[in-house]
Every structure is written in C-alpha cells, then in structure tokens.
Design a protein around this ligand. Structure first.
Ligand code: GDP
Length: 447
C-alpha cells in the first residue's frame, strides 16, 4: 500500500438529488474488508457485483452494484470501493453510515483527490483540473479542464523544466571550472539554449493565460462616463434588464456583474460606475470600486460616443499594461453613423448602438476571441497561481540571460534555480501544506 495511507475514508460521491444512481466511494486499507462484509464473499477486482447492502441487524438498506479496485490501480492509488445504489439521499446516508461502522470515516472535501496526488496518481495541476472540471461553467471551460486533467498542461511544464535543467547544468558546469568559466559562458550555444527556453516559457505563459480565461471566464470591465450607455450595453449583451438604465447621469453607483456564456465561452462582465470626480459619497465609493475592477480585468471596454471619444481615452491611462482594450463608439443610431470596426492604437474600435443592437455582433465575436474561442484541441485550463508562477519563471529567465551575458555565472545559475522552483510549484514538486490545504479544501466532498 502507498505510504500515505493510514485510514479509510468514505463519502457520497454523486450529485445530491441526482435521479437514478447514487454512489458511495471508499478508499483506504479497510476497503477490501468492507467489500467482503457487504458482499458476503471476496469481490473480484474490477468486476461489477450485484449486492444486497444490509445494516448490522441484517436489514436491507438497498440493492446495487459493488466494485472493488485494488491498490495501486485505482483513482487514489489505494484500495477503492464503489457502491452504486439508488440515488436517494436517505438511502445513501444509511449506506455511508454502514460503511463507517465497518471501518471507514467521513472524507473531507477533496480528500480522494488529495490522496491521488499524495500517491503520485495525479500531479497538482491535474488535481486542480478535477475541481475545475466539476465547476466548469462553459463547454470550452470543461473541455480545457479535461485536457489539464489528462496532463496536457503538466507535460508542457515538465518539458520546459527539462530544457531549463539542461541549461542550468551547462552553466553550473562552467562555474565548477573557474579557470575556464569565462570561456564556457562565452559559448554562443548557452545563449541560444537560454533564448530557446525563454521563448518557450513565454509561449507557455500565453497559453496558461488563455487557459485561465477558459477556466474563470474572460473578465470584462465596462468603463466610461455616466450616461455613455454602459448599463444599456451590459443589458444588450446579457439579454436581460439586470442593470438599471435611466437617463440621469450617475445611476450606476455600484459595480454590477453579469456572467454570460457566448456560444459556450464564459464572460464575466462588470458595469462600473462612471469614472468621474464627484462630491456624492455613494457615487465616490462606486468610482473607487470601478478602479479596483480595472486592476483585475482581462479586458477594459470603454463605452463612449463620437463627441467624447477623444477625451474618454484618458480612462485607459491607469490600466495595467496587459489589459486588452476595446473602444465602443456608442449611439450611432442617434448620430446617423454606420456600424464598423478597426484596430487602432493598441485597441479594437467598434461603432455600434447598445439601444438598437446594431454593431454588437462584431463586439461579441471579438470578446469570444479574447476569451479563447477556437483555441483548438490542445487548449488546457489553468489557474491564476499557475499564471503567476509562469510570470516568475519568465522574470528569472530574463535575469539569467542578462547575467549570463555579462558572464556572472553563479548569479545566472541562481536565477535558473529559482525559475525551476517556480515551475515545480505548478505541478506540486515544491508545495507547502498551506497551499495543499487551500487547494483541496475548495473541492466538493466525495472527490
Ligand atoms: P450608463 O450611465 O453609461 O450606464 O448609461 P445608460 O445605459 O444608463 O444609458 C444612458 C442613456 O443613454 C439612456 O437613456 C439610454 O437609453 C441611452 N442610450 C444608451 N445607449 C444608446 C444608444 O446606442 N443609442 C441611443 N440613442 N441612446 C442610448
């Protein structure tokens, strides 16, 4: 048995209220004994036995299927038992209680997957993808999470790790021969190798950022002066009257959020207060939150009109550099303009009308592209902590390149070591107990 296994855990592993089948899952050293007790004989591995599940007085609880997966060929790597009965919460509760009488204890949220991780069945990124798959809010998100669970992301991380280690070995070898260090580091092969690793890391970071959007949904902050038509646009995109639309400037005092799915792609829209200086306490708070919203957005969508477009571009001034920019010249129906779109000054410009809906399809299309639509077969999901880790990897690699260039071998090697460490955090080669607790604690029970 794997070394981490000390006790046996059990939980109901099917969605509450799911019609039809209900599942109780058991994992740990006591699983074979529990199986034997419930079945009245030794179960055949990976074989569906039709069983009568009885309580300790011999009363029938339910009839259903019993499957035994001996260690290590199971989800957790331990002896696993799956009991399939009728999908009744009451019956499943009785069955769970029976299993606990026979030697299991109730599992904590995510404990099955945590054991799978501890027993080397899944790495950390794969384990996180299990939770992301369950929580997926769009088809594209679910497909991407499945890819990560299958190890697509982890294999990319490992491949990058291997090439990073190769450069590190090269540079450390140079340090070990101080007399020849300068010559070693002057070898153009090292610079080439390091450049290749940097390009690779940058590519992986871009893919992980797309994976994060597929997973979390694209975060779009709608900004603009009061009365520009922000709430109207949110309503038009969301197809409801969620935001209050009135012709009085400053109505949108708080941040309104709307989640929507455009053809299977998740979007998180936030309609912010008009960003203007104001004496009104409540509105000022709204403006403060609007600025906060911009700091965490993937996309800033400025709603303006022909008259104010030039002045309103200052709204972009405080944006973090990697936030995508869209300018919607709204109210073209009022101004008698035609819908169109063009890319200009690092932003996508669109002319349309939140009121009539004219010109909004290209906007939807553009948002879908930014959210990762059509990312293809290999697109995988990622989490914010993965993206942050890859940003650190990129930073250390950049520094390593500069240091290798000035022949500071020891310092370059140290940067590579840190880059390697940051990469290892993604798959769980280096993790703290706190991090594991936070990750698995966010799972649902039974997974
Ligand atoms: P917000 O303060 O930016 O949220 O603006 P609202 O969505 O509340 O809209 C302010 C006013 O502009 C309302 O009277 C809307 O009906 C009007 N409005 C919004 N979009 C358009 C549009 O495309 N064309 C016209 N003619 N009026 C619009």
């Amino acid at each position: 048995m794997p070394e981490h296994t000390t006790d046996t855990i059990a939980a109901i592993a099917s969605a509450p209220g799911a019609a039809g089948v209900g599942v109780v899952r058991v994992s740990g050293p006591a699983a074979p004994v529990i199986a034997q007790q419930l079945l009245g004989r030794t179960p055949q591995p990976r074989h569906a036995h039709f069983a009568a599940f009885r309580d300790d007085a011999g009363e029938l609880i339910d009839r259903g299927l019993l499957l035994h997966f001996p260690a290590p060929a199971s989800y957790t790597g331990e002896h696993v038992l799956e009991l399939q009965g009728h999908g009744s919460a009451v019956l499943l509760d009785l069955l769970l209680r029976r299993v606990c009488e026979l030697g299991a204890r109730l599992a904590r949220p995510g404990e099955f997957t945590e054991r799978a991780f501890l027993n080397g069945k899944l790495d950390l990124a794969q384990a996180e993808a299990v939770a992301d798959l369950i929580a997926a809010r769009s088809q594209a998100g679910a497909r991407a999470a499945l890819q990560s669970m299958e190890g697509v992301f982890s294999r990319r991380v490992d491949a990058l790790l291997q090439s990073l280690i190769a450069v590190r070995v090269h540079i450390e070898a140079a340090i070990d021969f101080p007399e020849e260090e300068i010559d070693f580091l002057a070898d153009p092969a090292i610079a080439r190798q390091l450049d290749a690793v940097r390009a690779w890391a940058a590519e992986l970071l871009r893919e992980a950022q797309r994976g994060l959007r597929l997973n979390d949904g694209l975060r779009v902050a709608i900004i603009g002066r009061p009365n520009a038509g922000k709430s109207s646009l949110l309503n038009a995109l969301a197809g409801s009257d969620r935001a209050i639309v009135t012709p009085i400037a400053g109505t949108t005092r708080d941040v309104l959020r709307e989640s929507l799915s455009l053809d299977g792609i998740a979007l998180e829209l936030a309609d912010t207060a008009g960003l203007r200086d104001t004496e009104d306490e409540v509105e000022r708070e709204g403006v403060r939150r609007a600025h906060g919203e911009l700091q965490r957005a993937d996309v800033a969508l400025l709603v303006t009109d022909t008259e104010h477009a030039h002045a309103d571009l200052t709204f972009f001034a405080a944006l973090p550099p990697n936030v995508e920019r869209i300018v919607l010249i709204n109210k073209i129906d009022r101004d008698g303009l035609a819908a169109r779109s063009e890319h200009r000054d690092r932003a996508q410009w669109l002319w349309g009308s939140a009121k009539t809906g004219d010109g909004l399809d290209p906007l939807r299309e553009h948002l879908k592209q930014l959210a990762g639509a059509g990312s293809g077969e290999g697109a995988f999901s990622a989490r914010r902590r993965h993206v942050l880790a890859l940003q650190r990897v990129a930073m250390h690699l950049d520094r390593a390149a500069v240091l290798a260039d000035i022949r500071a071998g020891e310092l370059a090697a140290e940067e590579l070591r840190q880059a390697q460490h940051a990469l290892g955090e993604i798959t769980g080669a280096y993790t703290s107990d706190d991090l594991l607790g936070a990750i698995f604690g966010s799972f649902c029970i039974g997974k």
